[in-house]
Design a protein around this ligand. Structure first.
Ligand code: CMP
Length: 374
């Protein structure tokens, strides 16, 4: 069993981050010149403990057993775990001084790549946008090469120490194009300065393109993931079960998922209505007088204010952790315009609810539970 608990277990994450932070801190302390003997011993003990934890974690994951990932050691996570465990003892066995050998603990930081899901998303975005990113790299390299050759020709004779060879002027081009500008090499000729100006402005353009491509890639990937998650929820709502697949796709794009904690107020009486909600899982309570009504998974609410264009007629609160699908008012009107049968079903339910709210109430016997909506 891994010291971090079950493979990829959520509860193990804080423990993994803590081990990493403590290990890196100990490595930093050990790297300081002439640390106090007791501090040094404490840092070494901490580092050995972290290494032991990582070794135990690795052997637990790599040990062949039912349910474990086959060929774990050849996966990216397995290679990172191996890099965390093996290099330090090998370096110590080869006689590398302890202070230097323990610097290999910096490889533990690679474990963050497997612990943070956002990085796998970045990898996917880069893979999907590789053509666009590749073309920006080509622009970058083209400017780099042309500018460094031009500056070598124009500035080389007057400033041989800064531009006397292509590698030297290439260094100038990299620092200028990346907007770093160390100022260690500055063109003196008019043409050299003109080219430097063009390179600086091009640098801003190239990094703007990079940012734009990655940002749109991330947004598209988020939309894709949301779509897949919403699709599963939408197909579970009975109200949508008779819709044809193109409409379900349209609806999945329109709906926004909300994961709410218990006792969250979703709708407030008297407020204008801007969306209606479908309950994918959990339960809400509609605070109508004299007896609140509970709505379970599959039901919808918040439709009345959209139909009348008026105000919310009751507070609606979650009674347990609940997942809702919110449909904005503009999308509600688009959907009901294209699907009159849905519009009729929503209007019929709203009329039934309005009627039941207006009926004189029978003697109170406690809360009523509403049947699942069709
Ligand atoms: P709306 O008025 O927009 O916001 C409050 C919502 O509570 C309302 O829409 C209905 O969806 C819901 N609601 C109101 N009365 C009842 C009722 N008697 N039974 C079930 N739901 C109701």
């Amino acid at each position: 069993m891994s010291p971090f608990g079950p493979l990829n277990g959520r509860a193990s994450k804080p423990l993994q981050f803590l081990t990493l932070a403590v290990g890196l801190l100990a490595m930093t302390v050990l790297s300081m010149p002439d640390p106090d003997a007791s501090v040094r011993t404490a840092a070494v003990v901490v580092l050995w403990c972290c290494l032991a934890i990582y070794a135990a974690d690795l052997s637990a994951k790599a040990w062949p057993r039912a349910g474990s990932q086959p060929n774990y050691l050849s996966s990216a996570a397995g290679i990172i775990d191996l890099l965390a465990v093996l290099p330090i003892p090998i370096a110590l066995l080869l006689g590398v001084p302890a202070q230097t050998a323990w610097l290999l603990a910096s490889l533990w930081i690679l474990k963050l790549a497997t612990a943070v899901p956002g990085l796998s998303m970045l990898g996917r975005v880069i893979a999907l946008e590789k053509r666009a990113l590749g073309s920006v790299i080509v622009i970058f390299l083209t400017i780099l090469v042309l500018a460094s050759v031009a500056l070598h020709v124009l500035e080389g004779p007057a400033q041989p120490r800064q531009f006397g060879s292509l590698p030297l002027s290439l260094w100038w081009a990299v620092t200028t194009l990346s907007s770093t500008g160390y100022g260690d090499a500055v063109p003196q000729t008019f043409l050299g300065r003109l080219i430097a100006g063009i390179v600086m402005i091009s640098g801003l353009g190239v990094f703007g393109l990079w940012t734009g491509i990655l940002a749109t890639g991330f947004a598209a990937e988020h939309r894709r993931r949301d779509f897949i998650r919403n699709w599963d929820l939408v197909t579970q709502v009975p109200f949508f079960k008779n819709l044809d697949p193109p409409t379900v796709i349209e609806l999945t794009r329109m709906l926004r998922r909300l994961d709410l904690a218990e006792r969250t107020v979703i709708v407030r009486r008297g407020r204008p209505g801007d969306c209606m909600y479908f309950i994918a899982s959990g339960e809400v309570e509609v605070k109508v007088e004299p007896h609140p009504v509970k709505l379970a998974a599959g039901a919808f609410f918040g439709e009345m204010a959209l139909l009348t264009g008026g105000q919310r007629m009751a507070n609606v609160v979650t009674t347990q952790p609940t997942t809702l699908l919110a449909l904005e008012v503009a999308d509600f009107h688009t959907l009901t315009a294209h699907h009159p049968e849905l519009a009729r079903a929503v209007a019929a339910e709203a009329a039934r609810r309005k009627g039941s709210s207006e009926k004189p109430s029978p003697p109170a016997k406690g809360k009523t539970r509403e049947r699942k909506s069709r």
